[in-house]
Design a protein around this ligand. Structure first.
Ligand code: NOJ
Ligand code: CA
Length: 715
């Protein structure tokens, strides 16, 4: 601590003329210094254990009131909202509470921070801008707040100028900055190499829109040469556009890069208002990044009655379409279809239309037999014949089934067996159409007893010119979640914006896809270390509907025309149920593939969906993750591992188990000859008695993994 103070004192001494205020984290490990430059620019500077992590970095905006030939305030409006400020007041505060998430990686979360609230006033314009900093034991969150004032009412954000100036050419794990898609493989390069490797990283997607060759998305995971892990993301993205980061390679400064609308405007504001939080999670131990709860803690508390929300383990009429074995659409008879005009009654049904009564019943039977909560059925409603790529506005009505899908019969059949069907709303990104139908579609779900919907946003957004991550769409996603809560509906949104902890407030948002999910294993494959990265990046904001559980890695076995390979071992697929936390977990493969490996399938049947405690045992982004979790509803522990490119041995001390208790450990691990590309289905299931004094030593192959169940024996 003294060392930190001396360092800071010397530092402040060297930048004369700046006014400053410091803030220390509850653990004393972090120090934030807020500074004012001579030209009245607000700056912040972050230290961790006495070491600078973020150099003095600017804060502020470029704003405007000029919209499409019309200025909604005065004509002499200054766009400068980043300098000429004076500090009116600093207010220090601290907070410590424990809250209880509806579902999650643990049953209680501590929210403990020290706060600095800075009130600024701009000299010439009299405009006021406040900045709120919260310093936790795992890092920093800050946001801008524009208070109600005479000097500023409606305004447009032309640019947010938040900087993150790094102290070295760190290693970064990044995906290309894009206004429409996060479905990319991750790249691991030096910051200085982002620009030269960007083009190769920018792989094709049906809707994509990059903005800069040095632009990347958040959550961005970095590591300095001296072993400091730094993660930048945002929390509580509400009524604002998504933040990307653009690198100035020379100065190693990232500047926030928001998502513009069709006019190039980043966000439309109306004081009093606030931005999302910008978060910087920091540690010298990668496991702390996974354990940090900054993102949830910076979101608003629960806003709804959650009594009806429950985690879901499901199978689906899905993988067969993703692999190309079956079809979402019903017929090839029509060049194009029009809802309300095209008559499907006499159309020739494709033999492989999967959402048919017989196939759905078969899945319901399988779900009931093996204890799954639900069955997802896609391709049940008319319109799939030209579902995306046609800029078609009235693409789905979300309530008219194809002739071979008897919605009442199937829901009754499922409910009789204690199974739910999961609704599917592919919007094809025709968002105005979806919003027009939304309440009818939710009522329709209530009528047949659906309690969850998977929504999807494939293709370019309509209204044309909008993108997936602009303010318009952020407001849409949040509207759909809130409305769903009114109808007691849980949501799993695909291709929507990556989450920012909103599920603390609206836990009916069970999961998102919003990254490269398992579907890409059927579209050419993902990098073998993909799931050793996702918990450090995509999952910083919330659960992912990753859809693990593929047992047949050779996709040509399902569809001879699809040569794709799933780039993991079977044991890795099991480990993902623990590594990739989600209250919504799919067993994504076809039932026929589970029937071939019933002993391994047992782990998927057993693994819980919510936990009372999580312990991050081993973690290095891009290399390996091992997590132990305790079931929320029993004393059984589970351990999961996902391994990256290199063969590895885990040494797991079981000292977290109850002492004086014997556990039966059932270990599902890679076979000695397992190989993710040539022999992925080689696995071993071991069983042995262990206690808290034991250490488990388990070998994993590249893209391998393991899953362990630790059942306490009755005394
Ligand atoms: C993309 C989604 O990620 C996938 O899960 C879904 O099956 C298709 N869109 C069709 O909606
Ligand atoms: Ca997708």
């Amino acid at each position: 601590m003294n060392k930190i103070l001396i360092f800071i004192f010397l530092f402040l001494f060297s930048i004369q003329g700046l006014k400053s205020q410091s803030l220390i984290s509850p653990s004393n490990e972090f120090e934030l210094i807020f500074l004012m430059s001579d030209s009245g620019e607000p700056l912040y500077n972050l230290f961790y254990k006495g070491q600078e992590v973020i150099k003095p970095s600017s804060l502020g905006f470029e704003i405007s009131t000029y919209f499409s030939g019309f200025s909604f305030t005065d004509n002499n409006f200054s766009s400068n909202f980043s300098s000429d400020f004076n500090v009116i007041e600093y207010t220090l505060d601290s907070y410590d509470e424990t809250w209880f998430p509806v579902w999650g990686e643990e049953s209680e979360i501590r929210n403990n921070y020290n706060e600095l609230f800075v009130e600024l006033e701009q000299e010439d314009t009299g405009r006021r801008l406040n900045i709120r900093f919260r310093l936790f034991d795992t890092g920093l969150g800050f946001r801008y707040e524009v208070p109600e004032q005479k000097a500023l009412g409606h305004f447009i954000i032309k640019n947010e100028l938040t900087e993150f100036t790094l102290t070295g050419d760190h290693m970064a794990i990044w995906i290309p900055g894009d206004y429409d898609s996060q479905e990319y493989d991750y790249n691991t390069t030096r910051l200085s190499e982002i620009g030269s490797t960007f083009d190769a990283a920018y792989t094709e997607n049906v809707s994509q829109n990059s903005f800069s060759k040095t632009g990347v998305q958040t959550s961005l995971q970095m590591k300095s040469d001296d072993g400091i892990y730094i993660n930048i993301h945002e929390a509580a993205l509400v009524d604002y556009s998504t933040m990307h980061l653009n690198l100035d390679t020379e100065n190693l400064t990232f500047t926030s890069w928001l998502t513009p609308d069709a006019f190039g405007n980043m966000a439309y504001m109306n004081a009093p208002c606030k931005t999302p939080w910008r978060t910087i999670i920091v540690s010298d131990d990668a496991r702390d990044i996974l354990a940090s709860r900054i993102t949830y803690n910076l979101n608003e508390p629960l806003a709804i009655d959650p009594s009806w929300i429950k985690p879901i383990k499901y199978i689906g009429v899905w993988w067969e379409m993703i692999t190309g074995k079956s079809s979402w659409s019903y017929t090839d008879d029509f060049r194009s279809v029009q809802l309300g005009i095209t008559d499907y009654t006499n159309a020739v049904r494709k033999e492989n239309h999967a959402a048919n009564n017989q196939n759905v019943k078969f899945h319901i039977d399988f779900a009931a037999l093996h204890g799954f909560d639900a069955v997802l059925v896609e391709g049940w409603n008319i319109g799939w014949e030209d579902w995306f790529g046609n800029s078609k506005e009235y693409v789905f009505d979300f309530k008219t089934p194809y002739p071979d899908f008897d919605i009442k019969l199937l829901n009754d059949y499922a409910h009789d067996k204690g199974v739910e069907l999961i609704m599917h709303h592919e919007t094809s990104s025709s968002v105005r159409n979806y919003e027009r139908h939304l309440e009818d579609a939710y009522s329709f779900m209530n009528k047949y007893g659906y309690n969850a919907v998977k929504s999807g946003y494939v293709g370019d957004i309509i209204p044309r010119g909008e993108t997936h991550y602009g303010q318009y769409m952020i407001n849409h996603y949040n509207y759909a979640i809130k409305k769903a809560a009114e109808y007691k509906i849980m949501i799993n949104a695909h291709e929507a914006v990556r989450p920012t902890g909103i599920a603390r407030t609206y836990p009916n948002l069970l999961a998102n896809e919003s990254a490269r999910g398992t579907e890409y294993q059927a579209f050419g494959g993902s990098k073998p270390n993909h799931t050793t990265i996702l918990p450090f990046t995509r999952q910083i904001g919330g659960p992912m509907d990753y859809t693990p559980g593929i047992f047949e890695m050779d996709i040509s076995k399902l569809n001879p025309y699809n040569g794709s390979k799933v780039n993991t071992t079977l044991a890795n697929q099991l480990g993902l149920y623990v590594v990739m936390y989600s209250p919504l977990q799919m067993a994504a493969d076809l039932p026929e593939n589970y029937l071939r490996f019933m002993d391994a399938f047992q782990f998927i049947k057993d693994v819980p969906l919510e936990w009372s405690k999580s312990i991050y045992l081993e973690a290095e982004p891009g290399e390996y993750i091992t997590i132990a979790r305790k079931d929320k509803n029993s004393d059984t522990w589970y351990i999961g591992n996902s391994n990256g490119y290199d063969e590895r041995t885990s040494n797991i001390s079981l000292d977290f188990l109850e002492t004086n208790t014997t556990y039966n450990a059932i270990i599902y691990k890679d076979g000695n000859d397992a190989n993710y590309s040539s022999n992925p289905q080689s696995y071993i299931i071991d069983s042995k008695f262990v206690n808290s004094n034991d250490t488990l030593i388990i070998k994993t192959v590249p893209a391998g993994g393991f899953a362990i169940q630790l059942l306490p024996l009755m005394e």
